[in-house]
Write a protein that binds this ligand. Structure first.
Ligand code: NAP
Length: 252
């Protein structure tokens, strides 16, 4: 199935006309469903906008204990993910996802450009033969905390780490300094949780599939509050995505 990302841009242009060219959004009810879903990611800001996406089971798992996660959600969410990649300037993933899934992180299901692929590998332990390091289709930036030779054609970025953890705000700032305006954090759970804990996520797209997985890797595992009353309840838009449900949470 192919899908034109141009339709999203058409809707966005219409939205800007409605908004008189100002960076304000009309009520969501006034615009089409694609615009409601994607406009927050496309809004012009004086800093990069970060959208995190995860597909989880009813019981909050993004992979089985063995790491298998393909596929928890259905085709509509797969297309949605590729569309987000096409709208993003950069897509960020953690080392476990590259190790387990060997993703390409390109936009094969939609028409639209491939983003810069950003791999967080603080210890630089990933083998060079993963598909994401084949830069024929798209550029790749390897972010580490130690120096090590990079696969051919792959750019590296050295950032300080505390107890092995890179500061997500520094990653966003470094990408912003390269002209990246829209960042998609595509997983896995550890990576999204760290961006969330650092207050670096503007929009969270949690896609819930009607499947129970029992044990497995958690979607989010992050200390947000110690009392239920203090737990964030972000404004959330819910829409059906095929058999699944998209929870579109506005975090900042
Ligand atoms: N359902 C979904 O939407 C979805 C999406 C993507 C992946 N997955 C699945 O999820 C599993 C992988 O997820 P995961 O949560 O285990 O791991 P992950 O987020 O893919 O990778 C975590 C690792 O990435 C590095 N990393 C990430 N953020 C970092 C930071 N701020 N600072 C330093 N290092 C950072 C660390 O590498 P080190 O360990 O070297 O320190 C960390 O342990 C796989 O099974 C994959 O199939 C599911």
């Amino acid at each position: 199935m192919r899908d034109s990302v141009g339709a999203v841009f058409d809707e966005w242009s219409a939205l800007l006309r409605v908004a008189g060219g100002r960076s304000v959004l009309p009520d969501r009810g006034d615009v089409g469903p694609l615009t409601a879903r994607y406009a927050p990611f496309l809004r012009p800001m004086d800093r990069p906008v970060v959208l995190a996406h995860l597909a989880q089971s009813l019981d909050g798992r993004i992979a089985l204990p063995c790491g298998q996660s393909q596929w928890i959600s259905g085709q509509e969410d797969l297309v949605h993910t590729h569309r987000l990649r096409a709208l993003a300037d950069a897509v960020v993933v953690g080392a476990h996802t590259v190790e387990r899934d060997d993703p390409q992180l390109t936009t094969r299901l939609v028409t639209g450009p491939n983003p810069l692929r950003v791999v967080l590998d603080p210890r630089r332990r990933l083998r060079p033969d993963h598909q994401v390091f084949d830069t024929a289709a798209a550029p790749t930036l390897l972010v580490g905390a130690v120096e090590a030779p990079a696969p051919d054609g792959v750019e590296t970025l050295l950032l300080p780490a505390t107890d092995g953890v890179l500061d997500p705000a520094s990653i966003v700032a470094a990408l912003g300094a390269r002209g990246v305006r829209r960042i998609l954090v595509e997983g896995g759970g550890i990576t999204v949780s760290r961006f969330l804990a650092a207050g670096c996520v503007d929009r969270l797209h949690l896609v819930v599939a009607p499947v129970l997985m029992g044990h497995g890797r958690p979607a989010l595992d992050v200390p947000l509050a110690s009392a239920l009353a203090d737990c964030p309840r972000p404004p959330t838009r819910v829409e059906a995505l095929g058999e699944d449900w998209l929870f579109d949470c506005e975090l900042r």
